[in-house]
Design a protein around this ligand. Structure first.
Ligand SMILES: CC(C)(COP(=O)(O)OP(=O)(O)OC[C@H]1O[C@@H](n2cnc3c(N)ncnc32)[C@H](O)[C@@H]1OP(=O)(O)O)[C@@H](O)C(=O)NCCC(=O)NCCS
Length: 179
């Protein structure tokens, strides 16, 4: 567990920590994924459908997905918490690059990859995302990674601004055309 910052909210002292997610966090992380993918569906309705948070089958599938992440090798779910409330989470993995047959020119390295990062809408712009990113980088480093990357959708100006502010730079772009 890493204590990140102390502050005051509603007159009450709070300390934010980042820590590995546990089973008790599955509902909170699922809720943040619903927020994240609602935003994705609004940004790219051709690629993402709106979550149906009230659908029992979908809720169970989401809980299963998050629970499986807790035990997955080479993956880590980290939450940021204050006063017992989960404020946000990051889902990160490490992988060997290149991960398949390739010409002999790409240097072999371990890289970390942020699959998801989300802070609850009411907790943004208070350093939670920065703390989650720092925790993801620290974990990836312990796994031998030399860099941490991510894919941000081009509609997501907020995330792009955030990652640029944190020192990320564009290494490559993925382009798509209809076929
Ligand atoms: C992106 C996100 C995780 C940022 O979390 P956050 O807790 O608001 O970020 P922080 O408060 O830690 O901000 C860290 C730095 O980034 C900057 N920043 C945050 N959002 C920004 C934005 N929209 N544009 C420009 N800069 C931004 C902050 O000003 C801060 O800089 P500073 O520390 O120098 O003042 C949050 O907005 C979010 O959950 N968005 C929805 C989910 C999402 O899009 N995830 C990314 C998918 S790729």
């Amino acid at each position: 567990m890493t204590t990140v910052a102390a502050g005051r909210a509603g007159g009450v002292s709070t300390t934010m920590v980042t820590r590995a997610a546990e089973r008790r966090d599955v509902g909170a992380v699922g809720g943040l994924l619903v927020e994240l993918f609602t935003q994705a569906a609004l940004g790219r309705p051709d690629l993402f459908r709106l979550p149906q948070a009230d659908d029992p089958g979908e809720r169970a599938a989401l809980a299963r997905y998050v629970t499986e992440r807790l035990d997955a090798a080479a993956e880590k779910l980290i939450v940021a918490e204050a006063a017992g409330v989960v404020l946000g989470f990051v889902h990160v993995l490490v992988e060997q690059v290149p991960d398949g047959p390739s010409p002999p020119y790409r240097r072999a390295v371990m890289e970390g990859w942020i699959l998801h990062i989300a802070v609850g809408a009411q907790h943004r712009r208070r350093g939670v995302g920065r703390a989650l990113d720092a925790a993801a980088r620290a974990w990836a480093r312990t796994q031998g990674a030399s860099a941490l990357g991510l894919q941000a959708w081009s509609y997501n100006r907020e995330a792009l601004g955030f990652f640029v502010r944190l020192g990320y730079e564009v290494r490559s772009a993925r382009l798509f055309g209809a076929c």
